[in-house]
Design a protein around this ligand. Structure first.
Ligand SMILES: Nc1ncnc2c1ncn2[C@@H]1O[C@H](COP(=O)(O)OP(=O)(O)OP(=O)(O)O)[C@@H](O)[C@H]1O
Ligand SMILES: [Mg+2]
Length: 296
């Protein structure tokens, strides 16, 4: 019996140099010795300043780029195995920042069918998958619309449907929400979160938005092609010196608590949502009130 893979993604000291001539000792590697295991069903935010290697790493995870050192395994498949490259691309779907660059069909339905058609599936199965995928992203009513007439958020949902129709193991969003307004961002992230929970699709969300990162199960912070921090959001965001050293800012709640603690308050290192923050602040205020009463 085949052994079930519990890890969607594993990288072993993976490296990538964009310019092969620069593969000499001391040259800059865009990705420089990253080893991570990402379990099936995890929702991971990838953070890092511009040029820290996030996109290069993501492109290696769906075999758009092949490592120049180390290796990448997707669901147990080494991406260097050329015979299985299309299998890897079907398992790991990517959505980029610019929705227009991803549109290939003249109608929404055609666009979503593109992936399953490339898998060589029967027309009936393709139709079934397209309908299901459009339903999952609440875009069924736009099936016959020209994609170019849609809003940015709607186009990202169509891209998401195109990936879902491939029945992926993992979805990578490479700043896919960056060009959307707050409502559009919330909708796309909410949809991806639902797919992650209901279908156990692993999600890697590359973002510069700390508030979005705060909501992930795990945060991986990159700098100069290396992993600087890797842990639960509460752990990662409690390390404000490392976050700042990597050129990023803390989420607003974490920044506020950090400043209050510097003023001598005893707040938890990092509250991850408004309810936790409110509960912690009320506790501190009550303590102050009690001390005040006691003094008089
Ligand atoms: N096609 C390319 N050719 C040469 N160098 C590249 C290429 N793409 C990226 N690089 C370099 O590789 C490094 C990492 O780039 P990458 O795009 O992976 O960073 P990133 O973390 O995604 O940045 P951003 O937040 O700006 O998207 C940078 O130094 C960049 O200049
Ligand atoms: Mg990038």
């Amino acid at each position: 019996m085949p052994v079930p893979f519990t890890n969607s993604i594993e990288t072993f000291a993976v490296e990538f140099s964009h310019n092969i001539d620069h593969r000499m000792p001391g040259s800059m590697k865009a990705v420089d010795g990253i080893s991570v295991s990402i379990a099936k069903g995890e929702f991971v935010a990838i953070l890092g300043r511009n040029g820290s290697g996030k996109t290069t790493l993501a492109r290696m995870l769906n075999a758009l780029l092949l490592p120049t050192g180390g290796s990448v395994c997707i669901h147990g498949i080494d991406t260097l195995d050329e015979s299985l490259i299309w299998k890897v691309r079907g398992l790991v779907g990517m959505i980029f920042q610019d929705p227009d660059s991803q549109i290939v069909g003249t109608t929404v339905e055609e666009d979503v069918a593109f992936g399953p058609e490339n898998l060589g599936l029967e027309p009936g199965e393709i139709r079934r998958r397209v309908q299901e995928a459009l339903h999952s992203v609440a875009m069924s009513q736009h099936a016959h619309t020209t994609p170019h007439l849609l809003s940015g958020g709607e186009k990202q949902k169509v891209s998401l449907a195109g990936i879902l129709a491939m029945q992926p193991d993992c979805i990578i969003l490479d700043e896919a929400t960056a060009l959307l307004d707050p409502a559009g961002r919330k909708e796309v992230i909410g949809l991806v979160r639902t797919l992650n929970r209901d279908k156990r699709i692993t999600v890697l969300h590359i973002t510069h938005d700390m508030e979005e990162a705060r909501l992930a199960d795990r945060v991986i912070l990159l700098d100069a092609g290396k992993v600087v921090l890797d842990g639960r959001p509460s752990e990662v965001f409690s390390n404000s010196p490392a976050i700042k050293m990597a050129g990023l800012e803390l989420p607003q709640i974490a920044e506020l608590f950090d400043l209050l603690n510097q003023e001598g308050f005893d707040l938890p290192d990092c509250a991850m949502n408004m309810d936790e923050a409110l509960a912690a602040l009320i506790k501190v205020m009550n303590r102050c009130r009690e001390q005040h009463v006691h003094l008089h």
